[in-house]
Design a protein around this ligand. Structure first.
Ligand code: TYD
Length: 142
């Protein structure tokens, strides 16, 4: 699958760095929610779900984490370890987050409010909903 990494421009400032996140400038959707994950214990896998509609941009603002993305046709593992590098995680992509460094703070920007009904937490269900969509798109195209 294609991985969409977003390079975020760093501005040097008083001997340090600053990254600005702005809808339509370097964030490809309207930002409706921001959350961050930290204090993740060693050996923990997070995520293990897909979203039906949600689009997100993940940035390891501190430390590092590996993210596996799977669109049903293939999976890719991405290492996030730079505060100037974002990873776009679109809808209907299965994701798993693991190998968090002790100091990892993973910030996630999202284009929708939190909605538990948007989650698909079962991989077989995810594949089923993907094939339903493919079928429906095929019907519309005909
Ligand atoms: P969850 O999305 O299940 O985390 P992960 O898939 O990374 O393990 O969320 C964990 C908990 O946090 C769950 O109780 C729901 C809550 N939560 C919110 O209240 N708001 C949010 O925006 C998110 C992402 C989670």
């Amino acid at each position: 699958m294609d991985i969409e990494r977003v390079q975020l421009q760093s501005h040097g400032d008083h001997g340090g760095m600053l990254v600005s996140l702005e809808t339509d400038r370097n964030v490809p959707f309207p930002i409706r929610r921001v959350y961050y994950i930290f204090g993740t214990q060693q050996g923990i896998h997070r995520g293990c779900h897909a979203h039906r509609h949600l689009n997100q941009l993940a940035i390891a603002v501190r430390g590092s984490v590996k993210i596996l993305l799977d669109d049903g046709n293939g999976a890719r593992e991405v290492l996030l370890d730079q505060p100037s590098s974002g990873l776009f995680m679109g809808s209907m992509v299965w994701r798993e987050l693991y190998d968090f460094s002790d100091d990892c703070v993973l910030m996630v920007l999202a284009d929708q409010p939190y909605d538990p009904t948007d989650y698909i937490r079962d991989y077989a269900q995810f594949l089923g909903e993907l094939s339903d969509r493919t079928y429906l798109e095929g019907v519309v195209a005909c």
